[in-house]
Design a protein around this ligand. Structure first.
Ligand SMILES: Nc1ncnc2c1ncn2[C@@H]1O[C@H](COP(=O)(O)OP(=O)(O)OP(=O)(O)O)[C@@H](O)[C@H]1O
Ligand SMILES: [Mg+2]
Length: 502
């Protein structure tokens, strides 16, 4: 086949089936040199699978892959890497017990000239060179486990660059990055793009896609839908192509179920090991309370302190007028709270267990009858969650690790809902979740509030807080800078409060 000159990578008619699912059905992708190409689609559309076929992590059933016009068929990521094709995975798999430079050079250590020894000095110098180029301020001798996920991700990107890769795939790279880190990442992406690299960028963040990409390919149910220049696309158009129908509303109508009754009061909450200081507020029965603030303003710490994950220096918590202590998460669960963490993919998944087991694991107590677990109820409850959130899985028995990233998150969400908490603490509940499923989750939150449950929801997405919550607390540098009525406020007002002590 004659390739157009500027085409770097072309994938045609790629099909791939797993037991019970046709994950890819003649999918295709054409990546040009010097462009950022966004790959979009709902959770389970086949984005990660398409990339895993490129890297030989999965072997495709059908189709062809051409790199600069020559057909290739990589059998491993290593082989792809040797041909200048690199990927930063949705789930990072790094050697956490080793340092940064080991992770970058693993398997291709520079040698001491003429000797079979690794040259540490060389390795250090080479790493520093890459880091300087990318403006990364990380000591190459730092242990991977000592760094936050965001920095580990940057290291992974540095690794791709260090291989002089022509094609770099980033699968949801920004899901755990702060705003400044995203800006930094975008500077790096633009730099390598301008050198003639092609970048495949997978993300659910619409604004980022429109900001960084040159072309967009949209997939649905494993099939290719369209490729268009980003400048010809609007958010609405992308959503329409992704979900295959018009989505007129991003948010379900608010039910405003908040009552006058306080279910919880927090007084003077101050953390032992973080800057969280003197936070007081109350939560009504049936209320959806948002928590806004810049990264590092103490939003996650607030939830962790209430839930007993982090140590409290002082402060009191009352539930229904009675003081509760929540010294450990267990105690918090017993007191009717549940916490959906930000890093749920890393901390919440039992990979080899089934979807059903992962769903019911936190609420097993409620299925016990005498000595037996009541199977039927577990199955029904799991089915209810699958339906409520449109979880894409071939069956309840499927191992959770074979679900797409976004669908795994929905399962974990369902797990906490089934513990029937009175108070649900949600940290970035829709991160990594596609637009259609976001709507389902908002709907679920509204319904919970209607049933008299209360929700505290941390989010970095301001429209989401405004579109879902009744009231919003604004944190700034570990303190409460203010509280606003979600229907009366503006993004500007929240931003001003958020920078009050910053
Ligand atoms: N190893 C596997 N075994 C069985 N099914 C799989 C496996 N890997 C992927 N699938 C299925 O293939 C489909 C596509 O999944 P994929 O991970 O490619 O989706 P995605 O577009 O990356 O979604 P997300 O946005 O949620 O990450 C899903 O239905 C998923 O369950
Ligand atoms: Mg994926």
């Amino acid at each position: 086949m004659e390739e157009k000159k500027d085409v770097l990578l072309r994938m045609t008619d790629i099909s791939k089936s797993f037991p019970g699912v046709k994950a890819l059905d003649r999918a295709q992708l054409t990546l040009r040199a010097g462009t950022v190409h966004a790959l979009m689609g709902e959770n389970g559309a086949g984005k990660s699978t398409l990339m895993k076929c490129l890297f030989g992590i999965y072997s495709k059933d059908e189709g062809h892959i051409y790199l600069e016009g020559r057909e290739v068929n990589f059998r491993s990521s290593r082989e792809a890497l040797d041909h200048g094709v690199a990927m930063v995975h949705q789930e990072l798999n790094q050697a956490l017990k080793r340092n940064v430079m080991d992770n970058i050079w693993l398997g291709r250590y520079p040698r001491v000239k003429g000797l079979p020894f690794v040259s540490e000095k060389q390795m250090y110098a080479d790493t520093m060179k890459v880091f300087e180029e990318l403006d990364l301020h990380v000591d190459p001798r730092t242990m991977m486990s000592a760094m936050p996920v965001s920095q580990r991700q940057m290291v992974e990107i540095a690794k791709a660059v260090s291989f002089h890769s022509k094609v770099i795939v980033l699968d949801e790279p920004t899901s755990s990055l702060t705003e400044q880190e995203v800006e930094h990442l975008f500077r790096i992406i633009r730099m390598i793009r301008d050198r003639g690299c092609g970048i495949i960028y997978i993300s659910h963040k619409m604004d980022e896609i429109l900001q960084i990409s040159d072309e967009v390919t949209i997939m649905r149910d494993g099939q290719y839908i369209a490729t268009k220049p980003a400048e010809d696309l609007t958010k609405e158009e992308i959503i329409r192509l992704m979900v295959g129908r018009e989505m007129t509303n991003q948010f379900p109508p608010k039910l405003h179920s908040a009552t006058d009754e306080d279910i919880m009061r927090v007084e003077g909450l101050t953390a032992e090991y973080s800057h969280l200081k003197d936070v007081s507020f109350s939560l009504k029965k049936g209320e959806i309370l948002g928590v806004a603030g810049l990264d590092g303003s103490g939003r996650t710490e607030l939830l962790e302190n209430i839930f007993g994950v982090a140590t409290r220096r002082s402060g009191k918590i009352f539930k229904n007028g009675r003081q509760i202590r929540n010294k450990t998460p267990r105690e918090a669960i017993r007191n009717g709270l549940a916490l959906l963490t930000e890093e749920r993919r890393a901390t919440g998944i039992f990979g080899i267990l089934s979807v059903r087991e992962n769903t019911v694991i936190a609420s097993l107590k409620s299925y016990v009858s005498g000595l037996f677990l009541r199977d039927k109820i577990m199955t029904d409850k799991t089915e209810e969650m699958i339906r409520a959130m449109a979880i894409k899985t071939p069956s309840q028995k499927t191992k959770i690790r074979s679900l797409s990233g976004g669908n795994q998150q929905k399962v974990i969400f369902g797990r906490w809902i089934l513990t029937s908490p009175d108070i649900l603490l949600l940290d970035e509940p829709t991160r990594g979740i596609d637009v259609g499923a976001k709507y389902e989750i908002y709907q679920l939150i509204q319904n919970l509030s209607k049933e008299g449950k209360s929700v505290i929801m941390v989010s970095s997405e301001m429209p989401e807080l405004l579109g879902v919550c009744d009231r919003i607390l604004v944190m700034s540098d570990g303190r409460l800078a203010g509280e606003v009525d979600a229907d009366q406020t503006t993004q500007e007002e929240i931003m001003t409060l958020a920078s009050e002590y910053a």
